[in-house]
Write a protein that binds this ligand. Structure first.
Ligand code: NAP
Ligand code: G4F
Length: 357
């Protein structure tokens, strides 16, 4: 009998890679998909088309709807639950804080309650975040205090603490991953890496004039999403549940990410001015390629993230396989291909995604 996995947030970046990873390990994979007025299964359509329903299927539900969660968990009786669902955009969490906190914190509690009330013995993965470290200075590891700087991060800290409480109070098996930023061609278009790689492709093709960004000095430890879903799985293969930081151990500023992207795409980018008037200019033509805009700054910022994943390396045998320059290359190549084909009128979304697993 193959193992059964349930993934909340299966339509997101990580959910789609994780589903592929588990299917390759012969799991039966089930996902929870929330109702949307437009199609929201683009990242998993190729799986829906390729697998029989007993190998891959999804159910309508919402992590804030207790009844739907109980019904789905009861019907599937999963061996492993990967809880990834969240309103995961930090800037947006300042704009819709109550909704974000409800999804991230209460949604996690609702899932834990579903498992507890059903008395289900399964392993649970909770998607914690390096954003929980907030203003704690780098490098950050499992012992670094949480000092959250956004409603999203506060929600993740609350959810993380609820996982600890349910583990101790009810002996529910829950592992918490504290994952640093991880990116891919499937990353949502409004996260900074994807915003930059998509923009460079569109600028090169003449579809977009320039790119507007916020804080260029924020630093992130950026890895490649498919490497990170393997760490989630490894956490659930351990005998005892634990907390693990997952990171590359390398940090770059947003400015450096943009420089690497524009360099790889063949531009010679130079910076002029400072603060809100800073511009990234094409050295050959003098044309501005990047400008700073106040609307992309956050009311509070997590300035600097750099993870120490020594525990994951030692206990899980996990290592990131994809370095910074390779990540840039993968993302720029995918957006170039996608934008070029969109321009030519060919629909290639999932083809691009499929070739970048
Ligand atoms: P993502 O692309 O934004 O995906 C989030 C998923 O959650 C989507 O499938 C979304 O559905 C779903 N969702 C949102 N609200 C829901 C609700 N109320 N009920 C059911 N599903 C809901 O995020 P990701 O990058 O894959 O990240 C996965 C998880 O890891 C998230 O919890 C995120 O906070 C966390 N995390 C991510 C990173 C990172 O760098 N990517 C780092 C640390 C932690 P729709 O598709 O319908 O919107
Ligand atoms: O790409 P971001 O929006 O990701 P952020 O805020 O680090 O959050 C992501 O990683 C977290 C893990 O640490 C996850 F938990 C979370 O769910 C999400 O996946 O922004 C990265 C940095 C920030 O400092 C932001 O201020 O880039 C800066 N930035 C500068 N200009 C921008 C922009 N961010 C966005 N989204 N858009 C900009 O124009």
């Amino acid at each position: 009998m193959s193992k059964k996995a349930l993934i909340t947030g299966i339509t997101g970046q990580d959910g789609s890679y994780l589903a592929e990873f588990l299917l390759n390990k012969n799991y039966s994979v089930f996902g929870i998909v929330r109702r949307s007025s437009s199609f929201n299964t683009g990242r998993i359509d190729h799986l829906i088309e390729s697998y029989p329903l007993d190998k891959f299927d999804f159910y309508r539900g919402d992590v804030n709807d207790a009844n739907s969660l109980i019904e789905i968990v009861k019907r599937i009786e999963p061996d492993e639950i990967y809880h990834l669902a969240a309103q995961s955009h930090v800037k947006v969490s300042f704009e819709i804080p109550v909704f974000t906190f409800d999804t991230v914190a209460t949604g996690t509690l609702t899932l834990l309650e579903a498992v507890r009330s059903l008395g289900l013995r399964c392993k649970i993965y909770f998607a914690g975040s390096s954003e929980m470290f907030g203003s704690s200075p780098p490098p950050q590891n499992e012992d670094t205090p949480f000092k959250p700087r956004s409603p999203y991060a506060a929600g993740k800290v609350a959810a993380y603490q609820l996982c600890d409480i349910y583990r101790e109070a009810y002996a529910i098996w829950i592992a918490c991953g504290i994952l640093f930023n991880h990116e891919s061609p499937r990353r949502g278009e409004t996260f900074v890496t994807r915003k930059i790689t998509r923009a460079v492709a569109r600028i090169q093709l003449g579809i977009q004039d320039r790119l507007y960004l916020g804080n260029l000095n924020a630093r992130r430890d950026w890895g490649y999403a498919p490497d990170y879903v393997e760490a989630m799985w490894l956490m659930l293969q351990q005998h005892e549940p634990d907390h693990y930081v997952v990171a590359t151990g390398e940090t770059h500023s947003v400015r450096e990410f943009a420089e690497a992207v524009f360099r790889y795409a063949g531009f010679d980018l130079v910076w002029e001015g400072e603060g809100l008037t800073e511009k990234g200019v094409d050295a050959r033509t003098g044309k501005p390629l990047i400008e700073v805009h106040s609307s992309y700054f956050r009311p509070l910022e997590t300035e600097s993230l750099l993870g120490n994943a020594a525990k994951a390396r030692k206990r899980l045998g996990w290592e990131p396989k994809t370095g910074f320059e390779e990540l840039v290359k993968i993302m720029v190549d995918a957006d170039m291909k996608r934008e070029r084909m969109l321009l030519e009128g060919t629909k290639v979304f999932d083809e691009v995604w499929r070739t970048h697993i």
